[in-house]
Each structure stands twice: as structure tokens, then as C-alpha cells.
Write a protein that binds this ligand. Structure first.
Ligand code: FE2
Ligand code: FE2
Length: 170
């Protein structure tokens, strides 16, 4: 097992999760700037969830006796043009994250690192949920045109989202 390779890949995904949090927080700020507090709330909850994902990697890296390497976090965009464009980017981003998790599973399999493969299973399922929830909002925006009173209704709906970290079975 190439431990250095696993360590590097885990730290790179740790960075991806921190970037995701940063991206959704930037989207929250954008939503607030265009007076969509419900959308901003959804993004804020998503940003918190991504921090939770990052910390899961952080804890796992330490648990395995690897070194945490906090890499530089890229600066996210500030503007997305419209809520519809923004959610298209959310879905694209989650598809990118799914791909990076899948690559990580491939590396764990190549290195015969069963512990890492099993650790990643939670993320494989989580990505199905992440893509589905982004797509659900995107479909609503597409169907309604994402303007006027329809946008107002969706904003109201998104205002109810909260983030509670799932209980761990440790
Ligand atoms: Fe994530
Ligand atoms: Fe999620």
C-alpha cells in the first residue's frame, strides 16, 4: 500500500470539501445581495454541511496516522447572473465532487486500502443525495422560469432548510 499516495489524495479531498463550503458561502452572500433570503439560507446550510464533510476527512486522516495538510483554498466567484445559473453551477460542482470521490475510491481499491474504501462509502451515498437535492431545486427553477412570484415561492421553500450533523455510529 502506497501510504503517501493515499495521504495525498485524502488531503486533496479535504481541500475540495473546504472549497465547497467557501463556494456555497459565496453563493449565500450573492443570494443575500439580490434579496433572496431563502436561497441564502439554503446555501448557508450547504456551506455548513461541507464543513462537516471536510472535518470527516480531517478526522479520518488523523485516525489513520497520516498528516493533515491544509492546502490553499481557491477564491470562489462572486456573481452568478441569476438563481437559475447559480443552481446549474451547484449541480456541476457536485458532479465534479462525485467524480473526485469516485477517483478516490479507485485509488483506495488500487492500493488495496480497505479501510479507506469503506470510509468513502458514506461519501459515495452522500453524493447521490447532493446531486439529487441540487437537481430538485434546479428543475423547479427551470419549470417556473425562475422569476417573479415563482421565484418568491421557491425562496420561501428554501428558507426552511437547516443543517444538523448526522449522528455518527462511533
Ligand atoms: Fe461535500
Ligand atoms: Fe448532503
Amino acid at each position: 500500500m502506497d501510504k503517501k499516495r493515499i495521504e495525498k489524495e485524502l488531503n486533496s479531498q479535504l481541500n475540495n470539501e473546504f472549497f465547497s463550503s467557501y463556494l456555497y458561502l459565496a453563493m449565500a452572500a450573492y443570494c443575500d445581495s439580490i434579496s433572496l433570503p431563502g436561497f441564502a439560507n439554503w446555501m448557508r446550510s450547504q456551506a455548513q454541511e461541507e464543513l462537516f464533510h471536510a472535518m470527516k476527512f480531517y478526522d479520518y486522516i488523523l485516525e489513520r496516522g497520516f498528516k493533515v495538510d491544509l492546502l490553499k483554498i481557491d477564491q470562489p466567484e462572486k456573481e452568478w447572473g441569476s438563481p437559475l445559473n447559480m443552481f446549474e453551477e451547484v449541480l456541476k460542482h457536485e458532479q465534479f465532487i462525485t467524480e473526485s470521490i469516485n477517483n478516490l475510491v479507485n485509488v483506495a481499491e488500487e492500493e488495496k486500502d480497505h479501510a479507506t474504501r469503506i470510509f468513502l462509502e458514506w461519501f459515495v451515498s452522500e453524493q447521490v443525495e447532493e446531486e439529487a437535492s441540487a437537481d430538485a431545486v434546479l428543475q423547479k427553477l427551470r419549470l417556473t422560469g425562475g422569476q417573479g412570484s415563482a421565484l418568491f415561492m421557491i425562496d420561501k421553500e428554501l428558507s426552511t432548510r437547516t443543517f444538523t450533523p448526522p449522528a455518527t455510529n462511533e
